[in-house]
Unconditional design. Structure first.
Length: 133
């Protein structure tokens, strides 16, 4: 099975030895996104809600570049430097996802790249295309 590298300028460019996403068959593995503004590669200004929103926007851009959207996400991992911000994640996530929601994990971490307060990664499964017999 081949793997396709997903790349879009609508999300931050990789700042290390990784790809924004990798597609293998109908599964897409989206790398972790922090709240970088794609055009400047600087953390978004504002509070934790602004950071969470920027992360969802970045993930959404990569998902769309891979040919999917948040309805195709089957697993979401959320990394927070302060788990007290988890209710804000839930509130904002409700603006981006509809039921049935993906499986999810929330993990408290000591630090994230560039001093971000939140990072998220995801796994997406694209629907198979039906072909007439």
């Amino acid at each position: 099975m081949t793997k396709d590298i997903i790349q879009t300028d609508k999300a931050p460019q990789a700042i290390g030895t990784y790809s924004q996403a990798v597609k293998v068959g109908h599964t897409v593995y989206l790398s972790g996104q922090i709240p970088l503004v794609p055009e400047t590669m600087v953390l978004v200004e504002g509070d934790i809600a602004a950071q969470i929103t920027r992360v969802f926007d970045n993930l959404q851009a990569v998902a769309q570049a891979a040919g999917g959207d948040f309805a195709d996400v089957v697993k979401l991992n959320v990394f927070l430097t302060d788990l007290a911000n988890f209710p804000i994640v839930n509130e904002i996530m409700g603006r981006y996802f509809q039921q049935p929601y993906p499986a999810r994990a929330a993990i408290g971490v000591a630090a994230l790249p560039k001093g971000a307060a939140v990072e998220m990664d995801a796994i997406m499964h694209l629907p198979t295309q039906e072909y007439p017999l």
